[in-house]
Write a protein that binds this ligand. Structure first.
Ligand code: 5GP
Ligand code: MG
Length: 218
């Protein structure tokens, strides 16, 4: 299995992630101190982030999962995202915090936001561990961001490449060049939290596709 890690270069260490997750959890606990938010997590990429985030909260919360699937295969991008709610909870009137591993083009979030709006949630905010603002193709709201990263392909801490690497405790950049080669410096930023608007809005999004059975779960 060693060969699996040959092309990985650490972008964010496990310690940096844990520090930042604690900060995010403290901020969310303060913002939602007298509320009971529902954390809706995107599978599969958000599962480890969610697990660490909620264990650092000091407020009550509930947890549900959704799947997003598309024709994304490996590193390819796709605007055609299908959202599936895998639960029966009534979302009407709920305060929702969406938990994502990474926001890239924004298409997944836009589709999820449309679903939440249709379900008449009271409001929502988005909490993502990683954000790649330079890769955005559609406007997508993010309120709590762990790290802004450049437009590289990240793996680890829940994020996969062809279903591998999710179990890394750190975030690595998957690169086509061998690990020993000199790589350019990568700028990783811890942005300020912005919570300007929590009102649900209908967003312009991508068209729905019809080729149901080939979809890859993220
Ligand atoms: P978006 O719809 O914003 O383009 O992409 C969101 C989804 O694409 C994420 O939930 C994740 O599954 C996948 N994705 C986007 N960028 C990356 C990346 O750098 N690494 C990995 N492993 N997945 C990514
Ligand atoms: Mg994936």
């Amino acid at each position: 299995m060693d060969r699996l890690f040959d092309n990985c270069r650490v972008l964010i260490s496990s310690e940096e992630i844990q520090d930042r997750v604690r900060e995010l959890a403290q901020r969310i606990s303060a913002d939602y101190s007298d509320r009971n938010p529902l954390f809706i997590t995107l599978l599969k990429g958000g599962f480890i982030f969610l697990a660490d985030l909620v264990r650092n909260l000091s407020i009550p919360c509930e947890i549900e999962f959704v799947t997003a699937s598309s024709y994304r295969h490996g590193m390819q991008r796709s605007a055609d995202v299908e959202i599936r709610l895998n639960f029966k909870s009534d979302l009407a009137g709920r305060e929702v915090i969406v938990v994502e591993g990474i926001v890239d083009t924004g298409h997944t979030l836009v589709n999820l936001m449309r679903t939440l709006s249709e379900q008449r949630v009271k409001n929502y905010r988005v909490c993502t561990l990683l954000d790649k603002p330079s890769a955005r193709e559609v406007e997508a709201p993010v309120h709590y961001v762990g790290f802004e990263i450049p437009d590289v392909f990240a793996v680890g801490y829940g994020l996969d490449f062809m279903e591998q690497y999710r179990n890394l405790s750190y975030i690595a950049e998957l690169s086509p060049s061998p690990a020993g080669m000199t790589a350019p410096e990568r700028n990783v930023i811890r942005p300020d939290f912005s919570v300007s608007s929590v009102a649900p809005v209908m967003l312009e999004g991508s068209p729905k596709g019809g080729r149901g059975d080939e979809r890859e779960h993220r």
